[in-house]
Design a protein around this ligand. Structure first.
Ligand code: TRP
Length: 452
């Protein structure tokens, strides 16, 4: 193990690292996407496959990201090239970090737009304008929001400013403080909502939907979606976890820490599902409603239930907090790089990068109105950026990180840094060399060439 520390600072404790990484992992992917893809793919069996993917592919890749970051104590580009050099290999491995930072910038631009939708829904819930809304009207309200670039711009700008402020304040004052306040709030809100869902008559139905494993319902395509999502939900493949790992104290065990992060992320996704499905079922709505599940169906459900407005506000605040702590982590690797490579002040780097991603975000929010005619490969800007990052760049980054950790990094360095038992090390190493790259390559192939 090395004794260096990052010039950015380091986390106050192992638990802060766990919470910060969990804050990154838990986001729109867990609360918005996981329930709707579970709904679309029939529930139980899909959930089981997702859990297997987290354990067999996600956790090992996360271990690799953390140890590379912590060994070098630098931003992902320099971390990868330093660790490569130490193992007598080419510094060009740092290019994985370049692609990662680009992914972060591109993901942020549409993530912030969705974050803006969430802020809009917090306001709509607070003012009570959604009380008693019918599903037709809720659909129309969501459509009207998308078609209104001025409103979207306001929310996107606010979300971007909120995020840049935290990143600019630095590891300890910014990310750590935000984490200390927001993560407990997030867990508390989830428990309250779960408690509410448990009081509905449909809790058992929601539970069975998620945990009754009927393999007859599982399709090959659903398996691929589960694997791809397990990857996205853990924030892997772009250097986020590597950057967070570079601020980790050297005494903490990587294996246990990563298991805790994976477990918390999974728990939040499962609890989000258990909070949402009973509400959907008790209002006779369709679990397979797709991406609109959260923004259209849920306001309808909240509009009908007792204290629905209160729970509606709580729910969207929860999603907003989750999206916020994830958005921070999308910018952090690039800000660290700008500071370390060009000796910029953190504030300057954060604001500069903030302006770039904010500008790109405008192209994304315009996808639903003034830029709806602009298409790349038949997709509008928003869908295109979502597609190339989540389906191509992140999995590619993940394969490369796995291959790098498995084949390039010398065993003695990996063993020293991971400090796990021989058996665990062998399992991890096998996953890096074979399981993870092959599994992700298969997903990548079929996401690019969907099966009919
Ligand atoms: N994991 C977050 C979510 O589930 C999104 C996210 C944040 C992310 N940082 C990332 C995804 C880095 C991939 C890479 O919403």
């Amino acid at each position: 193990m090395t004794n260096k520390t990052s010039i950015q600072g380091s986390w106050a404790s192992r638990w802060i690292f766990i919470l910060a990484a969990t804050g990154s992992a838990v986001g729109l992917g867990n609360i918005w996407k996981f329930p709707y893809i579970t709904g679309e793919n029939g529930g139980g069996a899909f959930v089981l496959v997702y859990l297997a993917c987290i354990l067999l592919v996600g956790i090992p890749i996360m271990m690799a990201e953390v140890f590379i970051g912590r060994r070098a104590r630098k931003n992902p580009i320099n971390a990868l090239s330093d660790v490569a050099e130490e193992s007598d290999s080419s510094k060009k491995w740092g290019l994985i970090g370049v692609m990662g930072m680009l992914s972060g910038v591109l993901i942020f631009s549409f993530y912030s737009v969705v974050g803006g939708w969430v802020l809009h829904y917090i306001k709509a819930m607070l003012t009570g304008e959604m009380n008693g809304i019918s599903s037709d009207n809720a659909g129309a309200a969501f459509g009207a929001l998308l078609a209104d670039p001025a409103t979207l711009l306001g929310w996107h700008t606010l979300f971007s400013i909120m995020t840049v402020m935290v990143v600019a304040a630095g590891i300890n004052k910014g990310i750590e403080t935000a984490t200390r306040i927001m993560m407990p709030a997030l867990f508390a809100l989830l428990i309250i909502l779960l408690g509410y869902a448990m009081t509905t008559d449909s809790f058992a139905q929601g539970w069975n939907f998620m945990f009754e494993f009927d393999f007859g319902k599982l399709t090959w395509n659903a398996t691929l979606i589960a694997l791809g999502h397990s990857f996205f939900t853990l924030s892997l493949g772009m250097g986020t976890i590597m950057a967070y790992g570079s601020y980790m104290t050297k005494d903490a065990s990587i294996g246990k820490t990563v298991l805790a992060i994976g477990a918390l992320d999974t728990l939040v996704a499962l609890v989000a599902g258990l909070a949402i499905f009973p509400i959907i079922f008790s209002n006779g709505m369709d679990p397979a409603a797709g991406p609109g599940l959260m923004f259209i169906s849920l306001p309808v459900a909240f509009g009908q239930m007792p204290f629905g407005q209160l729970f509606g506000v709580l729910f969207f605040v929860l999603v907003g907090v989750a999206a916020w702590t994830s958005a921070i982590s999308l910018l952090e690797p690039t800000v660290a790089f700008l500071v370390e490579r060009f000796k910029l002040k953190r504030v300057t780097a954060s604001i500069g990068l903030g302006i770039v991603v904010w500008g790109l975000g405008i192209a994304c929010l315009g996808s639903f109105s003034f830029m709806s005619d602009v298409t790349l490969f038949g997709k509008n800007t928003f869908d295109f950026l979502d597609y190339i990052t989540a389906n191509i760049m992140l999995p590619l980054g993940g394969i490369l990180i796995a291959l790098f950790a498995g084949w390039i990094v010398k065993d003695k360095f990996a063993k020293d840094e991971l400090a796990v038992s021989d058996t665990v090390y062998k399992l991890w190493n096998f996953s890096m060399k074979f399981t993870a790259p092959i599994a992700v390559a298969v997903v990548l192939y079929f996401l690019i060439n969907p099966m009919k």
